[in-house]
Design a protein around this ligand. Sequence first.
Ligand code: SF4
Length: 350
Amino acid sequence: MMQREAPIQSTTAASSSDPILEIRDLRTYFFLERGTVKAVDGVNLTLGRQSTLGIVGESGCGKSVTASSVMRLVKYPPGKIVGGEILLHRSQAAAHGQPREVVDIVKLDHQGAQIRAIRGGEIAMIFQEPMTSLNPLKTIGNQIAETVTLHQKVGKQAALQRAEEMLHKVHISAPRQRLSEYPHQLSGGMRQRIMIAMALSCNPSILIADEPTTALDVTVQAQILDLMRTLQDEFHSSIMLITHNLGVVSQMADHIAVMYLGKVVEYGPVRAMFHEPLHPYTVGLLKSVPVLGRKTAQLIPIKGMVPSPTETIRGCAFAARCPHAMQICGEQRPELRAARPSHEVACWLH
Ligand code: SF4
């Protein structure tokens, strides 16, 4: 049954932090035979305009499900957004001197016209493995042109011209010739550039990059990150960067959110997160990453395993692995609180 399209709220959102996306108490659950997986369980995050938010954590911590929830790509059954808000502060209206519109993406019909206009038009996504996102049966030119014609009132010829321009922007050589090539004819790095070109072809306000460089070798990784930074400046876009790679977030992000078992356990500016991490899980993540030139420091893995997501945990979800666990940790769940200005942590130590 079709849901009714949600009404659009109007606000003069002009806070000093100037958010473009606010996620409030988001809960996305998967209802499986073996139990309910609370993949995202009360996540609060803010993405500032023209800034980059890095979301890090081990596999299964809920970072990719958070991104899929924003895009309304979680399929029911078994997955469902069961609560919370995802507020998109639209920039187009404000550009014309009008109050900024705020749309709650959670309330939209997931197949309706509004979310289809937002998906790809205002919020675009780059996936980890471009071969699974690019259509192997269509030429590069047609795939980018289709995205353009879907969101902009232009003909096929103009869309192909835009596709060529975008290939040029992502430094693909001989862009006109590439328009008629197929994904399998290109290298992994080139395919990722094509994904970036396609994602930015409609000038979205938000780019969600889910492990955008994981499948690439290190030299190509560096080129792709450099390209994303350059294009972010040119397109004035905000980036939500999802990765397990702390090196990538340190180069790209302004703020970092660390997720553990469906929750944000620490959030703060990139410098503070690397130099003065507060949560024992963040400290553990940093100690388990090799640093070039640091010969003496030992790599210390985080002991134990992430608990099963179907398990009900009374206190802190990290308690079984935490070297500082106290009695209260097993009894009461710590909430995310400001421990320092702009630096929040969910831990009884703070
Ligand atoms: Fe460790 Fe307790 Fe903090 Fe959890 S709340 S991270 S168990 S000290």
